[in-house]
Ligand binder design. Sequence first.
Ligand SMILES: *Cc1c(COP(=O)(O)O)cnc(C)c1O
Length: 365
Amino acid sequence: MSVYSKLVKPELLLQPVYQPGKPIEYVARELGLDSRSIIKLASNENPLGPSPKGLAAGKSALEEVHLYPDGGCYELVNALAQWLGLQADQLIVGNGSNEILELIGHAFIGQGDEVVIGQGSFIVYKLVTLLFGGKVVEVPTKEYRHDLRGMLDAVSDRTKVVFLASPDNPSGSANANREIIELAESLPDSVLLVFDGAYSEYLDDPPDLRPLIAQGKRIFCTRTFSKIFGLAGLRIGYGFGDPELVALLNRVREPFNVNAVAQAAALASLEDEQWIEDCRKANYRERSKLEKQLQSLGIEYIESSANFVTARVGDGVDAFEWMQKEGVIVRPLVPYGMKDWIRVSVGTEQENERAIDSLSSYLNR
Ligand SMILES: *Cc1c(COP(=O)(O)O)cnc(C)c1O
């Protein structure tokens, strides 16, 4: 490391290291378990998998992978535009919405710029800010919910970007639509609000910032195909905002950032509305059960608006390790300053039962 420490950009050394949910194969190797006996409830993936129509479209696109993908994602962009009631030039597709968040950093965050986020918010906002030499201004939450007035107050004349996710990860909590709209309306024009709607599809009534975008407010929204659409492994997400902003992001985007299989699968998944509706209902049903079971075990949890539940188990790493030995992978939340907590993605009925059994055996150890 010391050889490169003079060469490397200094801000890189300030970066916390992102710890992803552990892949099943990794845990199987590490603990000598049969991978088929392991369940992963650690990355908020869709336990029912992708839409069968999406999968079929992806498989057929695989036949053509000797060709470069469509760099502009023409068909998908137009389908999304129609679906959202936007113009095609208001949309950008990325290699996961994570890439789009990074494009925001490329385009807008420089040395010394301030970026306002809520405490314990999705860690990528912090990573992106630090990567571009920005300064993170973290605003304490109130009862595990972002304090949007507090975030507005934290904006200074050095603030470039405010990142907000609702529902957020890892808390699972959501802010009320009127609060979100109020924040979006109140921010000065010198600040860009990036609203991350990774879990929007799980809400009955997601906040709608499109009218404010149309009025010229500085707002950019991101969404993903990784969660309810069940395409996390293909890496595809999108964002929308003003055409001028999207054009700026396109300048920093690499030409072929989204692969052809992902584009085809996303397009067909978007059109499979019944599948998405079924997944939403299944998530709601299983999440309620999971919350009730946590309650009966006497475990505190944060009321979730997403596809996971965050629970206070005593020592998060200890519980995580215990459950992992029993073949249930969950997520400890130390990197978020929540050492007493774990995050459990809502799985299938059987998966959730195993998670609850394992948690209960942990409590009785
Ligand atoms: C999972 C998640 C994302 C999605 O990331 P992708 O790169 O699209 O897979 C974005 N934001 C939040 C808050 C998330 O939890």
